[in-house]
Design a protein. Structure first.
Length: 379
């Protein structure tokens, strides 16, 4: 089977982009094709027989469809492709890959460009939420060139703004999935762990650095090398998944829903050094955070995770709010690769909260276009 594809980098991730019309109908055959295209499952975790990059941030897929019946320009389905498991997890969205949807739509002729900025409205079918991308364009094409620096990506690019409209309850249907700003999880082998569950763009479970014996200055290499620690963190995440109603059991959470909720370590602003060796001061950020992704510490900070984090920072009583130092509608997250500013429009709605929109910034680039080949016998 030979199907046209485009490789897009969005933020700090990359994915194969497919037109929905080019793929087999949704179901087993489509999933078998995508898994084979990525070289999954690979027990050696290299994806050497496919297009996957052997880490969670490069084993992602985007499927783009016609948005007319939904009142948007295009639809976008995200899939987290398992590396060593025959799994495509569609339970949440990816903010990084979302940032490449607008540029892809422009260059594929799916929207009418309006230089110098083209707005692309798209529906993420995973969460049924609308996102508006403000895409820099020149001569009717996406313009990737600019002076905007995105921590975790070498060089600079044009600044893409993404507005996530009404992102609350994206997966669970509730901004606070448990109904509480703080919950106590009883985790075998760890005892009682205080957590906050917030679902905005993607559900996240927040844990304080100090509650796990961490300093809050640790980087991916420090934590990824500790298999026992990662297993403990997964137990917390799995119990939170059951509490949020995403999985029925902790076993199902690990086996069937490894991508949501994601888990984030949070704490008060502090001095630390990034993965590139840059020193960040405490007074440059609102909160110091790092996020797990598919069992490993993410090298930067996913955009959907940043949305949930910045929303949590604005809800009194959450673990994030209690440690964050915010000013106005801006929340600046200090993460392993640097600083990530977010803007939040949130208001009290009766006894709860309504998130009107959250905005963030990314860069993107079209990396390759061609065909992906899968032997028919693999299907």
């Amino acid at each position: 089977m030979r199907i046209p594809t485009t490789v897009m980098r969005g933020g700090t991730s990359k994915a194969l982009f497919f037109h929905e019309k080019d793929l087999p109908e949704a179901g087993t055959l489509r999933d078998e094709f995508i898994l084979a295209a990525y070289g999954s499952p690979d027990p050696f975790r290299r994806q050497i027989d496919g297009m996957g990059g052997a880490v969670s941030s490069t084993s992602k897929v985007a499927i783009i469809g016609d948005g007319a019946e939904h009142g948007v320009d295009v639809t976008y389905e995200f899939g987290q492709v398992g590396i060593d498991q025959p799994l495509i997890d569609r339970r949440g969205n990816c903010g990084n890959i979302s940032s490449a949807v607008g540029p892809f739509a422009v260059d594929e002729g799916l929207v009418t460009p309006t230089d110098p900025i083209t707005q692309v409205r798209f529906l993420n079918t995973n969460t049924n939420k609308v996102i508006v991308a403000h895409v820099p364009t020149r001569n009717g094409r996406f313009d990737p060139n600019g002076d905007f620096e995105l921590p975790g990506i070498p060089g600079t690019g044009s600044r893409l703004r993404l507005d996530y409209l009404n992102p609350g309850g994206s997966v669970t249907g509730k901004l606070l999935p448990s109904g509480n700003v703080v919950d106590e999880l009883d985790v075998p082998g760890l005892g009682t762990i205080p957590v906050s569950l917030v679902d905005a763009a993607n559900p996240l479970v927040f844990v304080r650095w100090e509650d796990l014996g961490l300093k809050g200055t640790e980087l991916p290499a420090d934590l990824d090398a500790d298999a026992e620690f990662r297993a403990q963190v997964e137990r917390i995440r799995a119990h939170a998944s059951v509490l949020a109603g995403i999985a029925d059991t902790v076993e199902d959470a690990t086996r069937l829903a490894p991508s949501v909720p994601k888990l984030s370590f949070v704490g008060s602003p502090r001095d630390y050094r990034t993965t590139s060796g840059t020193d960040i001061r405490a007074d440059q950020m609102s909160v110091r955070a790092a996020m797990m992704s598919m069992g490993w510490l993410h090298p930067s900070y996913p955009l959907t995770g940043a949305i949930a984090t910045s929303v949590a920072a604005n809800i009194p009583g959450t673990l994030v709010h209690d440690v964050a130092v915010t000013e106005g509608d801006q929340v600046i997250i200090g993460h392993p690769s640097g600083l990530l500013p977010m803007s939040v429009d949130i208001e009290q709605d009766g006894a709860g909260w309504k998130v009107n929109s959250v905005s963030g910034y990314r860069t993107a680039r079209r990396l390759m276009e061609g065909f992906v080949l899968v032997p028919d016998e693999r299907l």
